[in-house]
Design a binder for this molecule. Structure first.
Ligand code: ZN
Length: 235
């Protein structure tokens, strides 16, 4: 493959070819090998990165790193799927994958960046349920029942009706509230109401500070459920 572009060493437009070779870079302290592409001047032999190649090589290096260090392990994926009690095929259908895709990932195949993102999102029961609501028509009744009875799906249902609040809590915060609700034999809304009550207010204010509230939401929720007056400052 060849084309013409300016060669800095020759100082004029030259015929160049694209060359490809394995390169090593260090990202976050890890040495990564990736396939880099360069342009080689056919007149002087100089090799250089043309404008688009620089970005493409950076992307390739980042992707190589992500595949090695950010991709979920097969064990993680099996555990994730088990939480929703879904077959590989049904789980894949809910996330919008091909029929054999989960099987490939659980056998050591590496998800691409889009599917890595979807798998990461699916670890959150509320997000998984949102995906399920969209794609449940693609799977059979038996699989649907298994999934709807699963621990992960039930975790999402416990928060139904609190959709406006729950996305602003971290997974850990939700788990803490759920554990507390279960220990006290309360529903999640009842438990939240207790948090807002004065006796547990210190816990709630920490929760409030930890959560990343968009400004508008924070104002609305503040006027709605946080007691006014000096309590917040004293907590
Ligand atoms: Zn040249």
């Amino acid at each position: 493959m060849s084309n013409r572009m300016p060669c800095a060493r020759c100082g004029e437009i030259r015929e160049v070819e694209i060359v490809e070779r394995e390169e090593l870079v260090t990202i976050k302290g890890k040495e990564i090998s990736f396939k880099a592409r360069y342009s080689r001047c056919l007149s002087c032999g100089d090799e250089f990165e043309a404008s688009g190649q620089l970005d493409a090589n950076l992307d390739a290096a980042r992707e190589a790193y992500a595949r090695l260090y950010e991709a979920p392990s097969p064990e993680t994926l099996v555990a994730l799927r088990a939480r929703y009690n879904a077959s590989q095929k049904a789980f894949g259908a809910i996330l919008g994958f091909g029929e054999l895709t989960m099987n490939g990932y659980e056998s050591g195949g590496t998800p691409d960046s889009t599917n890595r993102l979807l798998l990461k999102l699916a670890a959150d029961p509320l997000v998984f349920k949102a995906m399920y609501d969209i794609n449940s028509g693609k799977i059979g009744a038996i699989q649907r029942r298994r999934i709807e009875d699963s621990e992960g799906f039930q975790a999402a249902l416990r928060w139904s009706g609190l959709g406006a609040l729950s996305p602003y809590l971290t997974q850990l915060q939700r788990e803490k509230i759920e554990a507390c609700a279960s220990r006290n034999d309360r529903s999640v809304p009842e438990q939240l109401a207790v948090y807002v009550g004065v006796s547990s207010f210190q816990d709630y204010s920490r929760l409030y500070v930890e959560a990343r509230w968009p400004d508008q939401e924070a104002r609305e929720l503040t006027s709605m459920i946080v007691p006014s007056g000096p309590t917040l400052g004293a907590a």
